[in-house]
Design a protein around this ligand. Structure first.
Ligand code: SAT
Ligand code: MN
Length: 597
């Protein structure tokens, strides 16, 4: 059997790359698919796979008048989010994975998962999906190959990456590619594992069909393996959006911003400035991941390794994100949203009236007024970035864009003020390292609990978090023109639990201040925590429907809240043990001294 499969694999292969052929043959021998299909990324292939997915019930076609080229997918209800407790970093030493990751010894992990993969593709097709993360031909671009038995995965990878022949051509005969193996298995949470082997540039994912667990280019390669490679090679793989903001004078400033999953990265990256900002323009380079490395001119350059958006649907509407609404109007795959009687999709927070009747995300009839959600809170769209009306021309530039500011933002109902600027790079790394955020539906588990989420990378850092923070500190030496670092919080609430800051397009006001600070145009005011906008020459609040007191509340710094925040930070740093970087411990001491002083 094994040799027949091996022969089958190499016979049809559109490549002579010996390492790739040998690996595909080996994986096929283990998983024993009935057929092996090499994906070329063509339009014909897309049509073929889509037709097949419709036939086997994986995709439901939507009304072509309302949503041309769009389909709905319902995942298994036990498989709707990333599973952090089933995600492993498999390094030879446990300490290399660090205290914030689950760890398995590599041989033990390969053995355990081999038992699951053994024969798991019998009766199924194995798709070989070559893909590039980053613009084709770019020096920062990485190649991966994902073997999967899911046509849904192939169709998603087709949108999210530069997939097919072009990626294979870029790889040529090189053995430098990520080896990704995925099988949906029987979608049993007891047999679900997402394992990363950074030293082998390998990912094995079994038993899930959900986005972040199975679109291996995304969180697995671009962040977990990427962060490991970044440390080896002197760059940064980050959970960040990238945007360009252009002033009426035509000056463009590029900004990267880290927020945890489901905290508004996509909205921020596509923001439409309010009417007071006529002539200003925001353009999207990326909405989720940034790969950043020092450029020849001493600045930090960022590329978006992805080619599409895998965004949260609920709450998306023409007020919160008109550009996303345009983006998902065609050629989009929807996962776990509700279906309307006329073949369109619906979700909580969509514009217009709530329909009387729907089919909910699980395929069950749903009536207006039901206490159940019609769309899953982590329902997603997969849409090509080329659909985005404000896509930056630089999104396809292999050089990337020079970053002037880095923003760290969490979801905090208290404590963290609207915006502040770090005193310097080390202090900025401290702000990123001490980020906390209330959990969301993007991962299974309780929502709304504050957890430490350094740089929004807690679930995505592929090695020891202490080493990762040290790597950030060390990067200072290789970036002569450092970006300025900021912290923001759009999510502060008043005593009635209402958001104080209106957010969305109004975040332009904060962004303008950041741009002005970066360009050295406005004075600032020093506080215990960092620099904040001055009352007189600070945030532009013209036309903002917000009382003076509310603005005060959104920007206030309460020392008692900071004292308990410092306690929670201490628990996190203690976890890092001797790997907690000295420079960050000193930052912490300085902050305590300032607060106690
Ligand atoms: O599910 S994904 O990991 O792809 C999205 C997210 O959680 O950020
Ligand atoms: Mn994300």
């Amino acid at each position: 059997m094994a040799s027949t499969q091996a022969a089958a694999a190499s016979e049809q292969a559109p490549t002579k790359n010996p390492t790739l052929l040998a690996w595909v043959a080996k994986m096929a021998a283990m998983t024993q698919p009935d057929r092996i299909v090499w994906c070329d990324g063509s339009e014909a292939e897309k049509q073929r796979l889509t037709e097949q997915a419709v036939k086997d019930g994986t995709l439901i076609p939507l009304n072509p008048q309302k949503r041309p080229g769009c389909y709905l997918h319902r995942s298994n209800p036990n498989d709707v989010a990333r599973v952090e407790h089933l995600t492993f970093i498999c390094t030879p030493n446990k300490t290399d994975a660090g205290p914030t990751n689950n760890w398995m010894e590599p041989e033990a992990a390969y053995t355990k998962l081999s038992q699951l993969f053994e024969g798991c593709m019998k009766g199924r097709t194995m798709y070989v999906v070559p893909y590039a993360m980053g613009p084709l031909g770019g020096a920062s671009t990485k190649i991966g190959v994902e073997l999967t038995d899911s046509d849904y995965v192939v169709l998603n990878m087709r949108i999210m990456t530069r997939m097919g022949k072009a990626a294979l051509d870029m790889l040529g005969d090189s053995d430098d590619f990520n080896r990704g193996l995925h099988s949906t298995g029987d979608v049993n949470p007891d047999r679900r594992y997402i394992c990363h082997f950074p030293q082998d540039n390998t990912i094995w994912s079994f038993g899930s069909g959900y986005g972040g667990n199975v679109l291996l280019g995304k969180k697995c390669l671009a962040l977990r393996i990427g962060s490991y490679l970044g440390r080896e090679e002197g760059w940064l793989a980050e959970h960040m959006l990238i945007l360009g903001v252009t002033s009426p004078k035509g000056e463009t400033t590029y900004i990267a911003a880290a927020f945890p999953s489901a905290c508004g990265k996509t909205n921020f990256a596509m923001m439409i400035p309010p009417k007071e900002y006529a002539g200003w323009k925001i353009e999207t380079v990326g909405d989720d991941i940034a790969w950043m490395r020092p450029g020849p001119d001493g600045r930090l350059y960022a590329i978006n390794p992805e080619a599409g958006y895998f965004g949260v649907v609920p709450g998306t509407n023409y007020k919160t994100n008109p550009n996303a609404m345009e983006t998902i109007s065609k050629d989009t795959l929807f996962t776990n949203v509700a279906l309307t009687p006329d073949g369109d999709v619906w979700w909580e927070g969509k514009d217009g009236e709530v329909p009387e009747e729907l089919i909910d995300w699980q395929g069950k009839p749903w009536k207006k007024g039901s206490t159940e959600k019609a769309a899953h809170p982590n329902s997603r769209f997969t849409a090509p970035m080329s659909n985005n009306p404000v896509l930056s021309a630089k999104a396809n530039d292999p050089q990337g864009v020079p970053i002037s500011a880095i923003i760290f933002g969490g979801r905090r109902s208290n404590t963290v003020p609207l915006v502040l600027q770090a005193f310097n790079w080390t202090h900025g790394v401290f702000l990123g390292a001490t980020m906390g955020s209330e959990t969301t539906a993007a991962a299974t588990g309780k929502v709304g609990v504050v957890r430490r989420d350094p740089m929004a990378m807690l679930p995505f850092c592929g090695y020891h978090m202490g080493d990762y923070l040290q790597h950030w500190l060390d990067m200072q030496k290789s970036i002569p023109q450092l970006p300025k670092i900021f912290q923001v919080n759009w999510f502060r609430q008043d005593k009635n639990g209402k958001f104080i800051w209106p957010g969305y397009g109004e975040n332009m006001r904060v962004l303008e201040w950041i741009v002005n600070r970066v360009q050295g145009r406005v004075p600032t005011q020093e506080t215990l925590l960092g620099w904040v906008p001055r009352q007189d020459q600070g945030l532009n609040l013209k036309g903002l429907d917000m009382s003076e007191e509310a603005v005060q509340e959104a920007t206030s710094i309460k020392e008692d809240e900071w004292k308990s925040e410092l306690k929670s930070q201490e628990v996190f740093f203690e976890q890092l043990g001797t790997k907690a970087p000295e420079a960050l411990m000193l930052q912490r001491k300085l902050l305590i001294a300032r607060l106690d002083g």
